[in-house]
Every structure is written in C-alpha cells, then in structure tokens.
Design a protein around this ligand. Structure first.
Ligand code: SF4
Length: 445
C-alpha cells in the first residue's frame, strides 16, 4: 500500500512537472509570438513612413510642375497682351493718320496756328533761359577759353605754315643778309673769297625773286613753337604735317627725308622725327612759330666736346670752351658751306646740349648776349675765326664765320659738355606770330 502511495506521489510529481513544462513552453511561445508581432508592427510603421515620404515628394514634384505650368501660362498671357497692345497702338496710329488725312484745311490751319503759338512760347522760354544763363556767365568770372585752336582754324593755320615754309626756304632773314653783304664788302677784290661771296649774294637775290629754295638741300625741318597753356600740340602737329607735305609737292622743300634703315624716300618729308617740332609753353597769350631749315652738310660738321680735353689743353672753363670751339671751326674748313654761324651750348647732357645749341640759332645775329662773359666770348670767337684764313667755302679770305651764339645749361659735376651746331651761309630761319584765327599777325626777324 505504501508502495502504491509512493508511486502515486511520484506520478503526481511527474505530471506536475510535465504540466509546468507545458506552461513554460506556452509562455515562451507566447513571448515569441509577441516579439514577432512587435517586429511586424515596426516594419509596418517603417513601410508607412516610406509611403508617406514618397507621397510627400510626389506632392512636391507635382506642385513644382503645376507652378511651372502656371508661370508658362502667365508668360503666354503677357505675350498675348503685348501683342494685343501693339495691335491697338497700330490701330490708333492708323486712325490718327486717317484722321489727319480727313482733316479739313481749316482744322489744319487751326492746328498750325496752335503749334506756332506753342513753338513761340517754347522759343520765348528758351531765349529767356539762354539770356539768364548768359547773364549769369557774364556775372561769373569768364572761364579761360582756348585762345589758339589749331583744329578750329586749321585752314588758316595750314596757310600760315605753308607761307612760313616758303619764306624760310626762299628768303634769308634781313639780319643774315646784312651780315653777308658786310662780309662781301670786307673781302679783297678779285679773290676767290669775293667770288664765292658774290655767288652767295646772287643766289640769295634769285631765290627771293623766284620764290624758290635758296639751296638744293632744303635741310632738316626744325620747328620751335612757343604757345600758351592748353594749346593742342597734337592738332597742331597734324596741320604741320599737311603743310610740309604740300610744301614738298609745290617744291618749297626738296623730297629730303628717307627711312634710315631702308633708304626709302616717301617723298613727303614726313616720318619718324621729321619734321622735328619743339614745343615750349610760355606765359604770353601768343603763338610764335620759328622755323629753321638746317642743311645736311653743315649738320655733319657739328661737334660735341667733353671737357677737359687733354689733346687741346682745354680745361673746364671759358678758355677751354674757346679752344674747343675754334677746333671745331678748323675741322669744318672746306666743309659745311661757310661762312658759317655757330650755335653753342655749354653744359647740359649730350642730348639737351645739342638741342639748346640749335636754339641759339634762333637768335638774331645782331643781338647781344645777356651774360657779359659769353657776349665777350662770342665776339672773340668770330674775330679769331675770321683771322684763320679759311674763308667762304674754304677758299681763303676774311670771312670764316658770320656769327657765334653761345648759351648755357646746368650740368652734372661729372660732366662738362660743349655742343656746337654749325649753320651754313644758307642760314634759313624765319618766324611768325599767329592771330587768334591762326592767320599770320606778323613775322619775326
Ligand atoms: S650745307 Fe647749306 S649751303 Fe651747303 S648744301 Fe647744305 S644747305 Fe646748301
């Protein structure tokens, strides 16, 4: 019995265990299912989110598309409106034209009268305004206008320049003629010197009479222009070029300027550096134009010395200057078509010295240097040179130089240049002063 009871208890325990196991299994199964459900729910949620996002993007795209469509429609409408507006304006203008055509003469008269009246009113107003303006201008300080305008009166300027070129090419200035005639008187009769000077005299007279060049070499064309502030140099230069070309065509100037590299002659006397125009602004309200035609032969015997010059024993003083000038005269003998005139500059650099020495040739032969030492030196050079016996054309005689003009420029302590420009007997130099309309007011020299 006891055994039976024990076995029953064991059996009960086993059944309990079994039931417990089943219960736990059921719980586990339940948990699994719950997990699965939650997973499913999550995936479902995600899917719905995606769907929502897709829908949103679709909506956006559609919105944009609709906006574009709307915009297109609007532009189409605008274009259509414009077209209609144009048509309307065309119609209006057409109507106006027809209306004009249909207007009776009386109506047109009335309109003309009205128009005249309005134009008169406008004219009155404008005249009032202009008078007020001019009155204001008059009361204000007068603004300086260009006194000399090369462009405004270019025809007058052209004529003035052409006349200056003719005059310079054909006529020696009075001060030069006077000195040449005096030199002729000094030469001994029946000598080569007198013969040469007589030929020069005859040449001068013939050229002036025929208004033809004094010499076959019409030389380098050197303009020196003094002008007030505001003078338009570019416009002036253009007119100078035209005048030079014309003067060359006419024959006042020889076709004398060639390309330095190729030797080509364009027969115009115009090219780089030619004519050579030097502008100087001055305080006067005048334009003064000086022209020098400088022959090639005499230009060739120009010279520049750097002092001290040991060979000549020339130091850096006026005695040294004197020595080198006389040396240049000696070296030029028989060349350069003497009797000559010297333009000399003490100082400057090599470039400015030569330019300034040419500017000395603008001085009258009978003027006196304002620097006393230089005035003395100028006279000394001429008298000494004329005692050298070189004479006109190097034929011997009493006239080697007609004049000597010496100027001075500042220099560097390291340099002491003496620049000498030699001018032949055909000392072609003239000048004009312009009127406001660019015609010639008076001649210089
Ligand atoms: S140097 Fe004078 S004179 Fe002699 S050929 Fe030339 S321009 Fe004529």
């Amino acid at each position: 019995m006891a055994k039976k009871k024990a076995t029953k208890k064991v059996a009960k325990k086993a059944t309990k265990k079994a039931t417990n196991k089943k219960a736990t299994k059921k719980k586990a199964a339940k948990k699994k299912t719950a997990k699965k459900k939650t997973a499913k729910k999550k995936t479902a949620k995600k899917a719905t989110k995606k769907k929502v996002a897709k829908k949103a993007t679709k909506k956006k795209v559609t919105k944009k598309a609709t906006k574009k469509k709307v915009a297109k429609k609007a532009t189409k409408k605008k274009v259509a409106k414009k077209k209609t507006a144009k048509k309307a304006t065309k119609k209006k203008t057409a109507k106006k034209k027809t209306a004009k055509k249909n207007i009776t003469p009386q109506k047109t008269k009335n309109r003309v009268v009205k128009r005249k009246a309005t134009t008169k009113k406008v004219a009155k107003k404008s005249t009032k305004k202009s008078t007020k303006k001019t009155a204001k201008k008059a009361t204000k300080k007068t603004t300086p206008q260009l006194s000399f305008d090369p462009k405004a009166h270019s025809a007058n300027l052209f004529d003035s320049l052409l006349e200056l070129i003719r005059m310079t090419s054909a006529e020696l200035p009075n001060d030069v003629q006077k000195v040449i005639l005096e030199a002729l008187e000094r030469e001994e009769k029946n000598t080569s010197a007198e013969y040469a000077m007589n030929i020069i005299k005859a040449n001068i007279e013939l050229a002036m009479k025929k208004s033809q060049p004094l010499c076959q070499d019409t030389g380098t064309i050197l303009f020196f222009v003094e002008h007030p502030a505001g003078f338009r140099q570019g416009d002036f230069t253009k007119v100078v070029h035209k005048a030079v070309i014309k003067a060359t065509e006419i024959g006042y100037l020889r076709q004398n300027s060639v390309d330095s590299l190729t030797g080509e002659n364009k027969c115009m006397n115009v090219g780089p550096g030619h004519p050579d125009i030097h502008f100087h602004e001055h305080d006067k309200d005048t334009v003064e134009i000086r022209l020098v035609l400088k022959g090639g032969g005499c230009e060739n015997v120009g010279a520049q010395y750097a002092l001290p010059h040991t060979e000549l024993g020339a130091g850096r003083d006026l005695d040294g200057v004197r020595k080198v000038i006389l040396d240049a005269v000696q070296k030029a003998q028989g060349k350069g078509c003497g009797p000559g005139v010297l333009g000399v500059t003490i100082g400057g650099d090599r470039g400015s010295g030569y330019v300034h020495s040419k500017e000395q040739l603008l001085r009258r032969l009978d003027d006196e240097n304002t620097i006393e030492d230089l005035a003395t030196l100028e006279k000394d050079i001429v008298s000494t040179a004329n005692e050298l016996g070189i004479g006109p054309m190097g034929f011997g005689g009493k006239t080697t130089l007609l004049g000597c003009k010496i100027g001075v420029l500042n220099r560097l302590p390291a340099s002491y240049f003496v620049s000498i420009s030699y001018m032949c007997w055909a000392y072609r130099r003239h000048g004009i002063v312009l009127k406001k309309d660019n015609s010639i007011s008076k001649t210089l020299y």
